[in-house]
Design a protein around this ligand. Structure first.
Ligand code: HEC
Ligand code: HEC
Ligand code: HEC
Ligand code: HEC
Length: 170
């Protein structure tokens, strides 16, 4: 074999090992969001148990924010389902001491952007997943800051409002 052949093999081996290390160490952590005070999983609740998004986020069409569920909701089920699980006891402690769970927000737009779910769901007929991704497959939602391009690209595609200063910025 010629000298150059060895160089190619060596390069290929380095790439392979580098790639494996990359996937092993970097990939699993990518896209995983901040740790939440109670490890609530959308995969378990919205995926495996197929609980409707609107059961827990009922204000999504009615008010500006979709809102996070009140703790009462969790205990519809968790008074009987795994009530002594340590994480449920933690949730219960918040509930009994009347402190809201300090969930870490993961989806947000900058303050100067006006975003409302209602027109998107009611008139735009969009699914939650078109903007939030397949949350029912995730244990921990990844931090996502929506850029303006995200709004504009879809508005162009759907021929929706592009009059930004009136509609989206205040
Ligand atoms: C409609 C019923 C229902 C509601 C409402 C509900 N859960 Fe659950 N939850 C379940 C079921 C079923 C499981 C799986 C139990 C098992 O693994 O045996 C579960 C599991 C869990 C677990 C265990 C860890 C895990 O991921 O397996 C945690 C923590 C949890 N839920 C938190 C919550 C919180 C917080 C809320 C309120 C925001 C909530 N749940 C609302 C049904 C519910
Ligand atoms: C059993 C209750 C429950 C169900 C069902 C549920 N969620 Fe949630 N959701 C929560 C809780 C609790 C949080 C806050 C903790 C977190 O971010 O994981 C949350 C957070 C979110 C957030 C992030 C909010 C933010 O900015 O931090 C989005 C987006 C979301 N849910 C979308 C959905 C969608 C879409 C579905 C249906 C596919 C769904 N949820 C079903 C309870 C629920
Ligand atoms: C057109 C895109 C789009 C669709 C469709 C959409 N969302 Fe959102 N959602 C957003 C944006 C943008 C934010 C951040 C808003 C902010 O920071 O004020 C957000 C924030 C949220 C939050 C954070 C909590 C809050 O009060 O703001 C939850 C929960 C949520 N969405 C749930 C849902 C659910 C459930 C559905 C489907 C029924 C849905 N979203 C459909 C774009 C969307
Ligand atoms: C996946 C597609 C999609 C994305 C992403 C999206 N929109 Fe929209 N948006 C629509 C559609 C479709 C309509 C038109 C609904 C209708 O028919 O009036 C709309 C309408 C609107 C309206 C007009 C509401 C009204 O009263 O007429 C505003 C304001 C708006 N969007 C802001 C935003 C902002 C801000 C973002 C980014 C954070 C965003 N949108 C992201 C699809 C999208």
């Amino acid at each position: 074999m010629s000298g150059r052949g060895w160089v190619k093999w060596l390069a290929a081996a380095v790439l392979l090992v580098g790639g494996l290390l990359y996937f092993y160490y970097v990939f699993p952590g990518r896209g995983i969001g901040p740790q939440q005070p109670v490890p609530f999983s959308h995969r378990v609740h919205a995926g495996v148990k197929a609980i409707s998004c609107r059961f827990c986020h009922p204000y999504v069409e009615r008010s500006a924010g979709a809102g996070l569920p009140e703790m009462e909701k969790c205990f519809f089920c968790h008074n009987v389902i795994i009530p002594t699980h340590p994480e449920i006891l933690k949730e219960k402690h918040y509930y009994e001491t009347r402190r809201p769970v300090p969930w870490v927000r993961v989806y947000y737009v900058p303050d100067f952007v006006k975003f409302q779910h209602r027109p998107h769901l009611r008139w735009g007929k969009l699914e939650c997943q078109q903007c939030h991704g397949a949350v029912e497959r995730l244990d921990r939602l990844p931090a996502t800051k929506f850029q303006m391009k995200f709004c504009i690209d879809c508005h162009k595609l759907k021929k929706a409002q592009l009059d930004c200063w009136l509609a989206c910025h205040q």
